[in-house]
Design a protein around this ligand. Structure first.
Ligand code: DC
Length: 225
């Protein structure tokens, strides 16, 4: 019998998934699992090892040699690849550009989904990604689909990058986010799509605490049954 509670948060890039998911996890003492970081880690490793992003079999072979660990810390999730800290390396423009291609291969996705299910089963957990409610955890107790306009999403990412001391170009971000939306939504395998039973929350004009409390309300309902 399943004795874990899983929350699935899906939606396009920059809708606020990771910020919100982290805060919900903290308030409920749930495990936070950033599945995008796993695809980013593979994209990073592929770039580093010059593995062709079009070659699904070669990417899967590379992934089979990769131990990916997501370590939750106060400052955020630390990402380790074969015990090496690559937290910052997976957020570069180069990785942003490469990751949708890497994430488009069925062999890669099957392995990632398998690993994500194992992680989700360890504890009460909240996962954010693109296919959590539709593929990874179709039986999740709570499913949320977060959206926001492209402009607002680009502005948020811009602020985030400036805060981290990174270079950031707002117009470039708008283009990049729109492009990534298109690639994520139109890929053949597990495209970005709202699960039929997911609750859609448009965060364009909501504050982060408002979104967090809306999700916690959803969690409390089924839990108290
Ligand atoms: O959430 P993010 O921006 O870190 O995601 C990086 C990329 O990985 C993005 O192009 C979509 C892809 N991704 C995916 O296909 N499935 C997931 N569950 C999570 C991310």
């Amino acid at each position: 019998m399943k004795n874990r509670i899983n929350i699935a948060i899906d939606g396009p890039a920059g809708a606020g998934k990771s910020t919100v998911a982290k805060m919900v996890a903290e308030q409920l003492s749930f495990l936070y699992i950033d599945t995008g970081a796993m695809y980013r880690t593979l994209a990073y490793a592929a770039l580093k090892n010059q593995v062709d992003g079009n070659d699904g079999a070669a990417l899967k072979e590379l992934l089979d040699q990769m131990k990916i660990q997501l370590v939750n810390e106060k400052e955020g999730t630390k990402v380790l690849l074969n015990d090496q800290d690559i937290t910052m390396d997976i957020r570069t423009a180069e990785v942003n550009k490469q990751v949708p291609l890497v994430a488009s291969h069925e062999a890669v996705r099957l392995e990632m989904v398998e690993r994500q299910r194992v992680l989700a089963n360890e504890d009460n957990s909240i996962l954010d990604g693109r296919d959590i409610g539709t593929h990874v955890l179709p039986d999740a107790e709570v499913k949320v689909f977060l959206t926001a306009s492209v402009d607002v999403r680009a502005e948020r990412r811009h602020e985030e990058q400036l805060k981290k001391g990174m270079l950031s170009d707002l117009e470039e971000l708008k283009k990049e986010i729109a492009k990534r939306d298109e690639l994520d939504s139109t890929r053949a395998v597990a495209p970005l799509r709202k699960a039929d039973d997911a609750i859609e929350i448009d965060t364009t004009s909501l504050t982060i605490p408002e979104v967090v409390s809306a999700i916690i309300d959803l969690v409390k309902k089924p839990v108290s049954r």
